[in-house]
Write a new protein. Structure first.
Length: 364
């Protein structure tokens, strides 16, 4: 599954324009697509916007703004919300958002409203017995006070934080204390996508990516993100032993140059997670998964999202009896014409059919 940002958004401007946008968002929210940003941009601009991967919730028309919670894949999508508001003369989006997995904390403040006054973001794990602590604060002193409350250690400076971090890491390598300055994003800007807890990154060592295909996979239980962003046009996986693999999430994510993929030798009998497995494989036109055993799979969320050139898909052996999440499984598969399901149960066919784009032919 993608790493998601969590944002609080507010859009301000002329009341009549706010009413217009709110009405459009309600229309999209109640449509078959649901409250996805790509669907909103398509509705407004009349053009497909499949890369706008995020959805809103808790939509409200407040007295002076439209407010909602927005969750987006990998980033905050402020550029796209700017583009939405550019269709109106006075509207402007303001937000505060974080993306935990990639250390991102951003905001755009409305000086008149003071909606997002916090300047620092704390992310920490101080004990294996406690959940992670995360939150935003107005001052560093407030951050220090919160760390002190959680750990019982007196904190009044950066040096105190470093000393506590070292002491915690000696006891447990999984602990961490990260403090980010929330980055202000001006109108028309996207931000750096990277913030620095203490100091800069000038002395960081960058590890080279090894593109070699593993020779022995017999002991692997996870192949998550294994070929993520690979620039290969084809992959020879005939020697892969996947008999113990449980997680194939994002395995071929954003392999946008991949034109052919033979997975006939894959043993997927133990796989539980296939979410985002082929996300962004935008050059694949056909995909034969007829050999896949999916009897234990529970997650197929966004499995083929962004496979824009895919026309034919063979799911002849699919069993979705244990699948609980198929949300956005085929979003962006606008070229898909045929899905082959020759050996599938009626229940599986109906389940797949419910998430397919309109007009796709199912062959049984």
């Amino acid at each position: 599954m993608a790493d998601w940002s969590y944002c609080e958004y507010r859009i301000a401007g002329d009341p009549e324009e706010l009413d217009r946008l709110f009405g459009i968002m309600q229309k999209v929210e109640n449509a078959e697509s649901g409250p996805w940003l790509w669907a909103l941009m398509t509705e407004i601009n009349g053009e497909e916007a499949e890369d706008a991967r995020g959805q809103w919730s808790e939509l409200k028309r407040e007295e002076d703004c439209i407010s909602f919670i927005f969750e987006g894949a990998y980033r905050t999508y402020i550029e796209e919300w700017d583009e939405v508001c550019d269709n109106f003369e006075t509207l402007c989006p303001y937000f505060e958002g974080v993306r935990w997995a990639y250390e991102l904390a951003q905001k755009r403040e409305n000086p008149e409203k003071g909606w997002f006054p916090n300047k620092y973001y704390l992310d920490m794990r101080y004990s294996e017995d406690e959940d992670d602590e995360a939150g935003s604060f107005r001052t560093l002193e407030d951050v220090y006070k919160r760390i002190e409350e959680l750990t019982g250690t007196k904190i009044s400076s950066e040096e105190d934080v470093e000393a506590l971090r070292s002491a915690l890491e000696e006891k447990n390598d999984d602990t961490f204390i990260l403090i980010y300055e929330i980055e202000e994003i001006p109108r028309g800007g996207s931000g750096s996508h990277t913030l620095f807890p203490w100091g800069d990154m000038s002395d960081w060592e960058i590890e080279e990516v090894d593109d070699d295909i593993p020779k022995d996979t017999s002991g692997m239980t996870s192949m998550q993100s294994m070929f993520l962003l690979s620039g290969e046009t084809t992959l020879d996986l005939s020697s892969f032993d996947t008999s113990k693999v449980v997680n194939m999430s994002l395995m071929f994510g954003y392999c946008s140059d991949l034109t052919t993929l033979d997975l006939s030798s894959f043993d997927t009998s133990k796989v539980v997670d296939m979410s985002n497995m082929f996300e962004g494989c935008s050059a694949l036109s056909t995909l034969d998964l007829s050999s896949f055993d999916t009897t234990n799979v529970t997650n197929m969320r966004e499995m083929f999202i962004g496979c824009t050139e895919l026309t034919t898909l063979d799911l002849s052996s699919f069993d979705t009896s244990k699948v609980t999440d198929m949300e956005a499984m085929f979003v962006g598969c606008d070229s898909l014409k045929t899905v082959i399901m020759k050996n599938c149960s009626a229940a599986t066919v109906e389940k797949i059919k419910s998430v397919l784009p309109k007009g796709v032919e199912i062959i049984r």
